[in-house]
Design a protein. Structure first.
Length: 404
């Protein structure tokens, strides 16, 4: 069964071309030399992206491979203006990033509800010969053809907007935690990669406050190079304000697993290391109190490995919480820590997003082709506009009039 969660689509977009101006000369009874009266062409329609909070995936665009705006109408006699082409609005969920599918270049970003971004501007309409009349040229036999359309094949990529993003290996207890703290019901099973798509849950807090938690599929060592589920879901972590690392308590080396996760995020996007982090040691119902105390002391001790990214931050700048979602152990303490970190003065992601100062990287073209193939979006999308034949015929008519 195909999933309803779609976070990656490839679409061919084309704006409308401007209508051509008319080169008509007025010929009526009793006024055979009425002069030029050709009207202007209409403006072509634009392609506009619009943020819509009612959407949370790109499913509605999954099979809409071509999106065309309307062409502007041609000018007519008696100085009649051509009709303007209608703009086409593409509603996308908040957090959608647009890339050029041919070059991998970043194009634009839609981050909040109601935001409108002009993706492709429609062509201006051509001027009719009435606009070119003058004292020395009282019967111009030419008009402008109108500006051409713009076209682009784009990649729409959704990056989930959430307050807290869960980062961990498969079977670390991420889905169990989301189901325990919210009304979300992700799939839970005792085998790796149970979660194949992200899910969001609203976590209730004191005094009717709440925050959004994102359950992201498990990461394995080498995920930044395409192993496991690869790069597909790592991008969802980029939009989270706070990262909650989850490592099971029965792991042989908690620091090593945390360091592997941190290294994968650094390889994917080094800016992720600037986000606030919290470490949750899960499945602590399997541990006794003496072992938990021993782990707390061990995590407070800086690592001797100087190459380790987590050498000095665990127990220092990164809080550590011991929890068990099944036994409802330490969940209130975890929510207190998450709320404190989310509202810390140094955690200003919301303010940064409001000022549109987020930095986006272009796609790495060495991996872009494989990424398109993995998403099933590697086929070429082509379209031939038959209206171009009309423009050729019109230009031939103008050439005939000028020769006459």
């Amino acid at each position: 069964m195909e999933s309803n969660f779609v976070d990656y689509v490839k679409i061919y977009c084309r704006s409308g071309k401007g209508g051509r101006g008319s080169a008509h000369l007025r010929h009526v009874k009793y006024n055979p030399n009425g002069g030029p009266d050709g009207g202007d062409g209409g403006k072509g329609g634009s392609i506009i992206l619009r943020g819509n909070h009612n959407y949370w995936t790109l499913l509605h665009l999954r099979y809409e491979r071509h999106i065309f705006a309307e062409h502007g109408g041609n000018g007519g006699r008696d100085k009649c203006h051509g009709t303007d082409g209608k703009d086409v609005y593409i509603d996308v969920p908040c957090g959608t990033v647009v890339y050029n599918a041919e070059t991998g270049k970043y194009v634009c970003d839609v981050t909040y509800d109601g935001q409108e971004v002009v993706l492709l501007k429609g062509g201006r309409g051509g001027l009719g010969n009435f606009q070119f009349r003058s004292a020395t040229n009282q019967a111009p036999r030419y008009a402008q053809p109108g500006e051409p359309m713009q076209e682009m094949t784009i990649i729409l990529e959704l990056k989930l907007l959430a307050d807290v993003g869960l980062v961990g290996f498969p079977n670390a207890g991420k889905s169990t935690l989301v189901s325990a703290l919210s009304n979300a019901r992700p799939k839970i099973a005792n085998y790796p990669f149970t979660t194949m798509e992200p899910s969001l849950g609203i976590v209730g807090y004191r005094d009717n406050k709440s925050f959004v938690m994102a359950d992201i599929p498990g990461i394995i060592e080498g995920a930044s190079e395409g192993k496991g589920l690869g790069l597909r879901f790592l991008r969802h972590i980029e939009r989270n304000s706070l990262l909650l690392f989850m490592v099971p308590g029965d792991t042989d080396d908690i620091k090593r697993e945390y360091d592997i996760l941190l290294n994968e995020l650094a390889q994917f996007n080094p800016e992720l290391l600037d986000k606030h982090r919290v470490l949750a040691v899960t499945k602590c119902d399997l541990l006794d109190a003496e072992l938990i105390d021993m782990l707390k002391e061990e995590l407070k001790t800086p690592s001797d490995d100087k190459s380790s990214l987590c050498r000095e931050d665990i127990g220092g700048s990164v809080p550590v919480v011991f929890i068990s979602a099944v036994a409802n152990m330490g969940l209130d303490e975890l929510k207190d820590v998450l709320w404190r970190e989310l509202n810390a003065e140094s955690n200003k992601l919301a303010a940064v997003m409001a000022e549109d100062t987020l930095v986006h990287r272009d796609k790495d073209m060495s991996r872009f082709a494989q990424e398109l193939a993995d998403e099933g979006e590697d086929e070429e999308i082509e379209y031939i506009d038959l209206d171009d034949l009309e423009d050729l015929e019109y230009l031939e008519e103008l050439d005939t009039l000028e020769d006459a």
